[in-house]
Design a protein around this ligand. Structure first.
Ligand code: FEO
Length: 371
C-alpha cells in the first residue's frame, strides 16, 4: 500500500498485513495494519515503525516522500515488536537520528534487540520542537505495556495514540469514515476486549491527560485513522474503561462432549431470551475464545458450560477461562453449568474462575448424563 497523506506535512507510512490470523493467541480474521507516521518539518520525524517482516514496505512508503537518510528524529511510542520491529533497520540507515521514548522503552529495546539505543528519555508533557511543529509526549504506562506512550502534535491537532484506539483490520482505505461507524466500533471493541481490557484505570488516566488538547484526528498504530468518529470512539473508550455493562446483554460460552451440555446451553439461552435479554450463544468448537471475549465486553451476564472430561474441564473451556481471567473483566453476574457421567468436577472448576474475578454467582446447573 502506498503512503497516505493525512495533512500537508503528515503521512501514514503504514504496512498492511492482510494475512495475519492469529495475534499472540488473539484471532484476527480481518488482518491488521502496522501504522507508522512521517512528519515533514525542518527536522523530519518518524513516529513508530512496523513489524520486522514489513520493513521493506515501510522504507518504500517513506521513500515515496523523502529519502530515509533524511530522517532526524525517531519517536518510539511502544516497543512491542509489531511496532518496533523495523527500528534496527531504520537506525542502521540513520544512526545519528535522535530517538525519543520513555525509560521503560529504552530498557525494553536493549533487552529485546540486544543492542544499545542512545535515547532521549521523555517525561510526561516533555516537548520536541522540529521547526514549526511541537510534539508533546504523553506516557501512558500499561496502555498496554510499561513503555507505552502517546504523542500529540499541537499545530495539526493530531494524537498519535499507539495501541489505544486501535483496531485489527486490513483495508486499503486508511480512515474511519471509509469503513463506517458500526464496523469501526465492532473492530475497536474486539480490540479493546482482547488487548486493553485489564487496563481500564490506565485508559481513564490517558483520557484525562489528553482532554485539554483539541484533537482533530486520532492516529492509532493499528487500523483506521479516526477523523470522522473521534467523539463516538472517545465515548466508547470512556464507557469501556469504566467497565460499564448492559444488563440487557448476556453471553453463553460452552463446549460439549455428547451434546448434553449443549442442550443445557440452549435451554439457558431460551430462558434468558424470554427474560428479555439480548443473548449470544457461543460454541467454542466453532468460535475462537477471543470472539467470546469481544462479546463479553458490554454484557453483564455470562454463563460458561463444560462437560466433565477426565475429572476436568474440556480443554477449549479451560482455555477460555484462563484467557478471560488474564483480561480481568469485572462486575459480571455468572452461571456455571455442565453435564457429567460420574465425577462431575467441571461446574465447580468454572465457578473457581468466576470467584477469582469477583463475579456474582447465580445457582449453577449440573446434569447427570442427559438433561
Ligand atoms: Fe500493537 Fe502492543 O502492540
Amino acid at each position: 500500500m502506498p503512503a497516505v497523506k493525512i495533512r500537508d506535512n503528515v503521512y501514514s507510512v503504514r504496512a498492511v498485513d492482510y494475512d495475519i490470523r492469529v495475534f499472540h493467541g488473539y484471532e484476527t480474521p480481518f488482518g491488521t495494519t502496522y501504522n507508522a507516521y512521517l512528519v515533514i518539518d525542518d527536522k523530519i520525524t518518524l513516529i513508530d515503525f512496523v513489524k520486522e517482516p514489513f520493513t521493506k514496505e515501510l522504507i518504500k512508503n517513506i521513500e515515496e516522500i523523502i529519502p530515509v537518510s533524511k530522517i532526524d528524529c525517531l519517536i518510539v511510542n511502544h516497543i512491542e515488536p509489531d511496532h518496533s520491529g523495523a527500528i534496527c533497520a531504520i537506525s542502521d540507515i540513520v544512526p545519528s537520528a535522535d530517538i525519543y521514548c520513555t525509560m521503560n522503552a529504552q530498557k525494553g529495546l536493549k533487552a529485546y534487540y540486544k543492542r544499545d539505543f542512545d535515547c532521549h528519555i521523555v517525561k510526561p508533557l516533555d516537548t520536541l520542537n522540529t521547526g514549526k511543529y511541537n510534539f508533546t509526549f504523553i506516557p501512558m504506562p500499561m496502555v498496554h505495556w510499561p513503555d507505552s506512550m502517546s504523542t500529540y502534535l499541537a499545530e495539526e491537532k493530531l494524537l498519535f495514540s499507539n495501541d489505544a484506539f486501535g483496531q485489527h483490520i486490513a483495508l486499503k482505505e486508511a480512515f474511519d469514515d471509509e469503513l463506517g461507524l458500526p464496523k469501526l466500533l465492532e473492530r475497536a471493541g474486539d480490540y479493546y476486549a482482547n488487548i486493553v481490557f485489564p487496563f481500564g484505570a490506565q485508559v481513564q488516566k490517558l483520557l484525562s491527560q489528553v482532554s485539554p488538547y483539541p484533537v482533530d484526528m486520532i492516529c492509532p498504530s493499528h487500523g483506521q485513522i479516526l477523523r470522522g468518529f473521534v467523539p463516538e470512539m472517545s465515548e466508547k473508550y470512556k464507557l469501556w474503561s469504566q467497565g460499564s455493562t448492559d444488563p440487557g446483554r448476556a453471553v453463553i460460552v460452552y463446549d460439549t462432549m455428547w451434546g448434553s451440555t449443549e442442550i443445557m446451553a440452549k435451554t439457558l439461552f431460551d430462558e434468558w431470551k424470554n427474560e428479555g435479554r439480548d443473548v449470544e450463544l457461543i460454541d467454542l468448537r466453532k468460535k475462537h475464545i477471543s470472539y467470546a471475549m469481544a462479546k463479553l465486553l458490554e454484557a453483564k451476564y455470562i454463563a460458561v458450560g463444560s462437560s466433565t472430561l477426565n475429572n476436568n474441564l474440556l480443554p477449549s473451556v479451560a482455555a477460555f477461562l484462563t484467557y478471560m481471567k488474564g483480561l480481568r473483566p469485572k462486575d459480571r453476574t455468572a452461571l456455571a453449568f455442565g453435564s457429567y457421567g460420574w465425577s462431575g468436577e467441571s461446574v465447580a472448576q468454572i465457578e473457581e474462575f468466576f470467584k477469582a474475578l469477583g463475579f456474582e454467582l447465580l445457582s449453577s446447573r449440573k446434569t447427570v448424563y442427559r438433561p
